[in-house]
Design a protein around this ligand. Sequence first.
Ligand code: TRP
Length: 455
Amino acid sequence: MANINFTKRDSFGSKFGIIAATAGSAVGLGNIWRFPYVAGENGGGAFVLIYLGFVFMIGVPVMLSEFTIGRRAKQNAFGSFKTLAPGKPWYLVGLMGIVAAFLILAFYSTIAGWTLEYILQSLTNSFSGKNSAELKQSFETFQSGTFRPILWQIIFMGLTGWIVFSGIKNGIEKYTKILMPLLFALIVVMCIRAVTLPGAMKGLEFLFKPDFSKITWGVVLEALGQAAFSLSIGMGTLITYGSYFNKNTNLATTAVQVSMADTFIAILAGVMIFPAVFAFNLKPDEGFGLVFIVLPNIFEQMAGGYIFSIIFFILLAVAALTSTISVLEVVVAYFVEELKISRKKATVIGSVAISALGILCTLSFGNLGDLKIFNRTIFGVFNDLTANIFLPVGAFLIVIFLGWFLGKKIITDELSNEGTLRIKLLGVFLFIIKFIAPIAIALVFLNSVGIVNFS
Ligand code: TRP
């Protein structure tokens, strides 16, 4: 038991492995399912512009802060705060992250499970011959079912657990190094198909031409929430991954590269979806069902649709998987290091507990649909609670911790790898994490929960 502290902690083995795993965490359903529909509902181009602003002004600094905490402490999210701030209540931020991981994975695995069903439906050519009403109907029938969506969710959690159980180097790194290039290749193929559709231009215009009259505080909040969710910041995923980086990893470059990769893939997802939506005269603001209803409709009508539908849903599942493992790892690292149980036990307990919670989310589209808390289904509560409350509050506290508590010496040591790297823009970074990021997050957050009102 006690020897856990003496056994060597697992870590990533290579620079590419670090980027693949961390970008794998960031790139997920948030990019390919959520980004296009949120952008679609919030007016397209103008939303995208604000989103980009948040990614670089706030996302990168928060990500870098998490890496700094994780690599310094070399502990799980909870243990990292305990190590860096002994005797202080900062560990609560870590604890909040662990709870957030449970909630996020519970609802995320519902959607991830759907992607598996849709791979199967693509393979069996079941979109063929259906009109849009029928496709919508068949999505709703599946989604509100009991056995099938739960089974898929459990299978997805099983896959996630399998990879996490195998460890950092031999599990997470090994698989993301294969899956991320695959994902990138698939998305490029899909983009080429989309932009060569007749009428594609209108979709690109929707995505890139900002219409500033569409901007409201609601849109600004959505953009911040989307940026936080998409970059996996605010709940300790990146603290946990950062704790597996090695001592010569350049934290700042890694944060910039991962954020750029994540943003690039989100934009590519838009490029693959909107031209197709407009080419087939469909609506960009379908919301939630955008990829499960609108896209099958497109595949049904498009030349080569059978193949492209298979590619697309595999892409979606792969993206989801490299993210779910990062969320489960937060929980598993905590169990292993704080409760001193084996990785195997921790993975089983974590996956089972999360699946149990996840089943409630899955059923909230069906049998439990009438169960409302704060006027939301269980799925809605988990989704809103994490994206709009836990993540912004977590991100806020993380930058405050770094900017006002940890001290400049530790930050400089970490960013310069103990003085071996030249650090540029240190002043800018410190200014952002001390002032800009916390103030911006607080304003947007307080406005959104209605404590202050700008609109
Ligand atoms: N970023 C992932 C996505 O876009 C989801 C995700 C993984 C996440 N880890 C997270 C979201 C931590 C918030 C916090 O799909």
